[in-house]
Every structure is written in structure tokens, then in C-alpha cells.
Write a protein that binds this ligand. Structure first.
Ligand code: SER
Length: 320
């Protein structure tokens, strides 16, 4: 008698900012028995009591292959990456982790004929020569961070594996993602996560970006919705196989501070730009995501004031 494991969805880097919330949503949709949260950090896996979880290092190719085969994995969400600010401190490590892991997952998807792969890209693919306002889908990129270079190269590989081998890999160029269910994770846009923690702790906030630095941003529920909508869209609707521009709002440190101050009148801020200012200055102020809106019906819900109110309602009672 032979038995077959039920089909599974594998999330790599599940304990990160995006993974923490996406894993929950995938379990809500497909059932916890069909979702496997994996991360290199075993303690961080404790929160996944609603689905399966396995400690796994994406660089350990044999371990990944074993899980994919034994658990009958049909879809992979490959979220593990070194983000922009951390990447500048460890450039070769960032390149190795971000690129080698993606190429391995694409190759595995080809060999094992997996149904679908999700891989996040970023506004970091853009660079100082990119048009800054309403940055179009197709334009000069020339990223100047290791993170951005790895995301741009990764996008080219995704398109290549789709065109040459039919691997159904889908991707979004996320703006800065802001959620309250995980702590900042080494990104340049993460000041906009940290600022909420300082506000509710009654502490002064020191911004590492200057007050007029506009960046494209998105509240996590919108990012989760975009990701699920993209992955559920009929294959013929996915016309862009590198990665889709995606947008919701754009604000500066001064504007998010003002938005929080409406709820916490004593909250204070000062500005001490550091090396992350140059990273932010090389990225767009705002993004044109009309292709995503046309091709698979993307629509965001949250602007700055709605996001601020929602985070300040939930974060004070949230336990990590
Ligand atoms: N949020 C990321 C970062 O700041 C950009 O994708 O690194």
C-alpha cells in the first residue's frame, strides 16, 4: 500500500515581516495542514501554532529538496532575503543569500514541476537615474545597493525561467511595508515601523531619514491582499513576469509623525540622517502601478491616516 502526502505550500523565511502575516493568511485560505512555515530561526517558529513548521536554512539545498519531496510541496513563497540597510553592511553575504537561494528555488521548481512560485522584489530595483515621481513599470533602473542589484538580477532570472522553462513564478515590487505584527527587519523603510513602537512607548523618535524624504509605502493588509490576488490570478492575466510595480501611498517622516501626533499629542521627533539617507534618496518618491491595476485588478485600501489609526488601535495590546 502506498500513501501520498497531501499537497502543501512552503513558506521560506516565514518568521520575517512579510512571512509572519502571509503565512497566517495562507493557513486561513488553505488550512494549516497544507501550509509549512520554515525559517532559519527555530525560536521564531513558535508563533506558527496554526500550521506546520520546520526549522530550515534555504542555503541547505538538500534540506529544502527533502522537505519539498516529503511534504508534496506544490507552491513555494520564497521570502528569505537580506534587506537594504543590512545588505550594505554585508554586501557579499547579501548577494550570496539573495541570489543563490532564488536560483536554487527556480531550478527546483523546474525539476520538480512545481505549480507556482512567489518571490518578492522591491522599489530597491530603481536607482538615482530612475524618474522619481510616479515611477513607471519600464524605465532606467541602475540600482546602487546590493539589495537592489540582487532584486533586479532576480527579476531577470524570474522572467527567464518563465520564458525558457515555463516556471510559473510571480513577483511584486513592494514599496516599504508597514505592519505591527513584527519588528523592523533591517530595511531603509523600516523607520516607519519603528516610529509606532516609540510613540506607544512614550519615547522620543530619532529618524534616520530627513523630514522631507518621500518614499512609496504600503500597509501590510494591502500587501497581503496584493500577494494573494496575484497568486490567485489566472495565468493568462499575468503579463509581467519580471515583477509588477505596486503602490498605495507615499509619505515623508514628517508626515507620518504628524499623523501619529494626532493620536499621541506629546510625541516628539528629531532627525539624524545616516547612511540610509543615501539609499532612500536613490529610490522613487512614488510609483505608477497601472499595469497591476489593469492586468489583475489591484486596488489598495489603506492611506496614511487609516493605517495610523489601525496600527495605534492594535499595537499596544499585541504581544511578540
Ligand atoms: N523595505 C525594503 C528596505 O527598505 C525595500 O524593499 O530594504
Amino acid at each position: 500500500m502506498c500513501s501520498f502526502a497531501m499537497e502543501s505550500i512552503l513558506i521560506i523565511g516565514a518568521a520575517g515581516q512579510l512571512g509572519s502575516e502571509l503565512t497566517q493568511e495562507l493557513a486561513n485560505i488553505y488550512g494549516g495542514d497544507h501550509v509549512i512555515a520554515t525559517d532559519i530561526n527555530p525560536e521564531a517558529l513558535e508563533k506558527f501554532d496554526f500550521c506546520k513548521s520546520i526549522r530550515m536554512d534555504v542555503m541547505d539545498q538538500e534540506a529544502v529538496r527533502k522537505v519539498v519531496k516529503e511534504e508534496n510541496v506544490k507552491q513555494i513563497y520564497h521570502l528569505a532575503a537580506v534587506l537594504s540597510a543590512t545588505g550594505e553592511k554585508k554586501p557579499l553575504f547579501a548577494w550570496q543569500l539573495n541570489m543563490e537561494s532564488l536560483l536554487f528555488i527556480l531550478e527546483l521548481a523546474k525539476e520538480e514541476k512545481l505549480d507556482k512560485i512567489y518571490w518578492p522584489s522591491s522599489i530597491a530595483v530603481f536607482g538615482p537615474n530612475t524618474p522619481k515621481i510616479n515611477t513607471p513599470q519600464y524605465c532606467v533602473k541602475e540600482p546602487n545597493t546590493v539589495y537592489g542589484i540582487s532584486k533586479q538580477a532576480g527579476e531577470r532570472w524570474c522572467e527567464y525561467y518563465f520564458q525558457k522553462y515555463g516556471v510559473d513564478v510571480r513577483s511584486l515590487r513592494y514599496p516599504g511595508l508597514i505592519g505591527y505584527k513584527s519588528l523592523p527587519g533591517g530595511g531603509t523603510t523600516d523607520y516607519a515601523v519603528d516610529i509606532f513602537h516609540k510613540a506607544i512607548a512614550g519615547e522620543h523618535f530619532v529618524s534616520f531619514l530627513n523630514e522631507e524624504t518621500y518614499l512609496p509605502m504600503m500597509y501590510m493588509p494591502d500587501a497581503i491582499k496584493a500577494t494573494i490576488d496575484l497568486m490567485h490570478a489566472p495565468i493568462e492575466d499575468i503579463k509581467i513576469r519580471s515583477s509588477y510595480n505596486l503602490s498605495a501611498m507615499s509619505f515623508s517622516p514628517k508626515e507620518i509623525y504628524s499623523s501619529i501626533k494626532l493620536h499621541y499629542p506629546d510625541f516628539s521627533i528629531s532627525y539624524q540622517p545616516d547612511f540610509r539617507q543615501a539609499i532612500a534618496d536613490s529610490w522613487p518618491d512614488s510609483i505608477d502601478d497601472s499595469h497591476a491595476r489593469q492586468d489583475w485588478g489591484w486596488k489598495h485600501e489603506f492611506g496614511l491616516s487609516e493605517m495610523t489609526a489601525d496600527i495605534l488601535k492594535h499595537l499596544p495590546s499585541f504581544s511578540f
